[in-house]
Design a protein around this ligand. Structure first.
Ligand code: 5GP
Ligand code: ZN
Length: 114
């Protein structure tokens, strides 16, 4: 996926404000934050959306879940709380076709999101 913006960020071809990285995932600040703290977590592997996951992606998705709490500590929202969201497709509001988690916090967030 040569044109994919998040693949380019994962490869270091587009800069980002990195929060966390390991061999499978990268986390960075959202360029247009929707909360005082808003970071994204992406698999380095290109997966378009939740609809495109296969059994072989189970490990990486589990890993993404496990690193959330470490990222939350790094951005100081571990104890105050936060929300994790994955948008999928048009009605889900997915704009970037590379699977990503949003971690939002730093204030009391509205629920339901509307
Ligand atoms: P989606 O709507 O696809 O769930 O979320 C995409 C998110 O990626 C948006 O919150 C948007 O602000 C963020 N985003 C889009 N392009 C870039 C970029 O080039 N760099 C960073 N850091 N965030 C981006
Ligand atoms: Zn990609």
């Amino acid at each position: 996926m040569e044109e994919c913006i998040f693949c380019k960020i994962a490869k270091g071809e587009i800069p980002c404000k990195k929060v966390y990285e390991d061999d499978k995932v990268l986390s960075f600040e959202d360029i247009n934050p929707k909360a005082p703290v808003h970071v994204l977590v992406i698999p380095k592997k290109h997966i378009e959306s939740l609809n495109d996951l296969s059994e072989e992606d189970s490990y990486i998705m589990g890993h993404m879940m496990l690193v959330i709490k470490e990222i939350a500590k790094k951005v100081n929202i571990h104890d105050s709380g936060y929300r994790v969201a994955i948008n999928c497709g048009k009605d889900g509001g997915q704009e970037v076709p590379h699977l990503h988690l949003h971690i939002l916090g730093g204030k009391s967030l509205n629920w339901p999101p509307g």
